[in-house]
Design a protein around this ligand. Structure first.
Ligand code: PHE
Length: 345
């Protein structure tokens, strides 16, 4: 084989060898084999001295051409391998930003969850959602609701007073007053919110709890409307017909006034701490709006009537999740909420 042919064969061998290189070490040994000091090119060029001056020139320039071309190819192959190694590392070491890092994702507080559901049920019956402040005037909490200044029923509501003669609202009935002043009858409203009482706590009493006030003002509103709305609500909330009973109840702002009870779902009526071992739970004090209250709200009681109720939101939560002690609800105890969340979601 002539020297030129041997150069060409070496070139071809190097090119195909480069194509099969998988690792930097392989590349390096191929380089030494072909272009190294003691490599094949050096070996071939030893034969140059036997050529004629004309052939020497030709073979010399061809050898340089091949060397510089191969040098370039080796460099490219080297950077190619580096890129590939980098890509591989990135793929192996990368992390999925969408992968959940915690299985304890946040969730709604059980009270909020129930509140939203109650709002939804009443909204579907044409009630609008109202709101009011937690620090209230004596007038909104009592005066406008037909409690005279020395009314004994003021003592029923163990009030927490704040500076300036104001108070923490003892019930959401304050929003009845605000709604009558804001809205033109006929209207239907519900107002969920926190209320406060200065009292001894036990499994069914807390100083802070939640109610949902309800009020409907229209022409010819009667007790049967009230019962219908209550029963519809309870059926939708508990997704079954629950037993209810109506007892007379006294509140200065309703006449007649009732206590609506329903059979305890924690113990199925057998008796437990939630129902005070009676099998019945008070869930809704209610009644027809007292004419004095309509007047205080700027509504003519000879033209309009209404019903009102105060739904125990905390009780609804306890019934739904069979929680026996109301004090868990606002305890902030994460062990309680985690156990509870497994159940709720
Ligand atoms: N506001 C009363 C309470 O919390 C409940 C109630 C509301 C009674 C509406 C009748 C009508 O004690």
């Amino acid at each position: 084989m002539s020297l030129l042919d041997r150069l060409q064969a070496l070139n071809d061998k190097a090119v195909s060898g480069l194509e099969n290189c998988e690792a930097p070490a392989e590349l390096e040994s191929l380089y030494h084999e072909i272009l190294g000091k003691k490599g094949e090119l050096t070996e071939i060029l030893k034969g140059i001295k036997d050529l004629s001056p004309e052939e020497k020139k030709h073979a010399g320039s061809r050898a340089n051409e091949i060397r510089s071309d191969l040098e370039k190819r080796f460099k490219d192959a080297q950077s190619d391998l580096k890129t590939r190694a980098m890509e591989k590392a990135l793929e192996e070491e990368s992390f999925d930003v969408l992968r959940p890092v915690s299985y304890h994702a946040g969730g709604l507080h059980p009270i909020s969850e129930v509140q939203y559901q109650v709002e939804e049920i009443f909204s579907s019956m044409g009630f609008r959602i109202m709101d009011g402040p937690e620090v209230e005037t004596d007038e909104s909490n009592f005066g406008s609701l037909n409690f005279s200044d020395d009314h004994p029923a003021r003592d029923m509501q163990d009030t927490i007073w704040v500076e300036g003669g104001n108070l923490l609202r003892t019930h959401t009935s304050t929003v009845q007053v605000r709604s009558m002043k804001m809205l033109e009858p006929p209207f239907r409203i519900v107002a969920p919110g926190r209320v406060f009482r200065f009292e001894q706590t036990d499994a069914s009493h807390e100083t802070t709890f939640h109610q949902v006030e309800g009020m409907m003002v229209d022409k010819e509103v009667s007790v049967s409307h009230l019962i219908y709305v209550m029963k519809t609500f309870l059926r939708r909330y508990f997704e079954k017909d629950v037993e209810v009973r109506l007892r007379p109840g006294y509140f200065p702002f309703v006449e007649p006034g009732f206590e609506l009870d329903f059979s305890c779902l924690v113990c199925d009526g057998k008796g437990c701490s939630v129902c005070k071992h009676s099998g019945w739970v008070e869930i809704m004090p209610c009644g027809l709006v007292h004419p004095n209250v309509l007047s205080a709200g700027g509504i003519d009681p000879s033209k309009w009537q209404g019903f009102a109720f105060g739904l125990g939101l905390s009780r609804l939560v306890m019934m739904r999740h069979k929680i026996e002690d109301i004090r868990h609800l606002l305890s902030g105890n994460m062990r309680f909420f985690k156990a509870f969340h497994g159940q709720a979601h």
